[in-house]
Design a protein around this ligand. Structure first.
Ligand code: FES
Length: 139
């Protein structure tokens, strides 16, 4: 399987790994077919994502996409954060082998689940944000 150089960089040296104690929102999703689990933590102040981190029990591509997704979301408003889709993450990583696309979907879903958690806790609506699928059922 051929990985781009950027995927390899983020896999070998991932950014934003670890739990966040004072996260404003936490999202956990799983993929039923591979069994991998992804958790994203967001710290949000004044409607802006000021920090993001992740923890994953997942494959290398899941690590690389979460690393990139958490990098991309930092500094964005919660509305802008929705532009960090799996497609945007894939483009930023110069693509992934087709069989690994679902791994980047996991990163997007975890990110959105964390935004949903934040929105629910603070009683706000983020236009365009759908409630996450139930944990562990994947897609
Ligand atoms: Fe499951 Fe990549 S193989 S997230």
């Amino acid at each position: 399987m051929e990985y781009s150089e950027k995927v390899m960089q983020h896999f070998m040296n991932p950014k934003n790994v670890g739990e966040m104690e004072d996260a404003s929102g936490v999202g956990t999703v799983g993929n039923a077919s591979c069994g991998d689990i992804m958790r994203v933590f967001l710290k949000i102040e004044n409607n802006v994502v000021i920090d993001a981190s992740f923890k994953t029990f997942g494959c290398g591509a899941a690590v690389a996409t979460s690393s990139m997704a958490t990098e991309m979301v930092k500094g964005k408003t919660v509305e802008e954060a929705l532009t960090v889709t799996n497609k945007a993450v894939l483009e930023a990583l110069d693509g992934l082998p087709a069989v690994k696309t679902h791994c980047s979907v996991l990163a997007e879903e975890a990110l959105r689940a964390a935004l949903w958690d934040y929105a629910t806790k603070n009683d706000i609506t983020i236009p365009g944000l759908e409630p996450p699928k139930e944990d562990g059922h994947g897609h």
